[in-house]
Design a protein around this ligand. Structure first.
Ligand code: ZN
Length: 167
């Protein structure tokens, strides 16, 4: 099978993944396959459900983070994360996604973000810290358990109000 992406050395950001052909919005660049059993939160693990973390095989971990990415995440039937084009991508472009698209909290990337985008938020933060506008921008390209977690947390924070109304 002809390779459609390739690992290369970036300018100043270590290894990254580059497109070898053009992609249209919605195209899958890489099919995510989980490697091991779920593990506890770990610097190289990614969140794979509301409560579990895991590793992906192959090139999945080589995609760099960007605060203004051209790819997003789709959960596939095996539970892995496919990397999906969120906008049109030209051959030779680096393919990136926002690590907040699958991690509710990010505790292992404390250094400054080096994505270099005008929209850079300064550090690689998790989904819970994204402004609502950014969450809306990413609609359809994030792991669905993040939306569930948002709904649950919203329900928890509404509870005292509901109790008050019951009286
Ligand atoms: Zn950034």
């Amino acid at each position: 099978m002809k390779a459609i992406i390739e690992e290369r050395t970036t300018h100043g950001r270590g290894q990254g993944i580059f497109a070898l052909q053009s992609f249209s919005k919605g195209d899958i660049l890489y099919v995510g396959v989980l490697d091991e059993k779920p593990v506890s939160n770990h610097s190289h693990a990614s969140q794979i459900s509301k409560t579990t973390f895991g590793f992906h095989k192959g090139l999945s971990s080589k995609f760099n983070h960007s605060c203004d990415p051209n790819c997003g995440i789709a959960l596939n039937d095996s539970g892995g994360h496919d990397i999906v084009a969120m906008s049109d991508i030209a051959a030779e472009d680096e393919a990136t996604f926002d690590y907040a698209m699958r991690n509710y909290r990010i505790e292992h990337f404390t250094a400054k973000c080096g994505c270099g985008q005008a929209r850079c938020r300064g550090s690689i933060s998790g989904w819970k810290d994204l402004p609502q506008q950014r969450k809306d921008d990413y609609a359809g390209f994030v792991a669905p358990y993040l939306l569930e977690m948002d709904r649950e947390n919203a329900a928890i924070s509404r509870e005292p109000e509901l109790l008050l109304l019951d009286r």
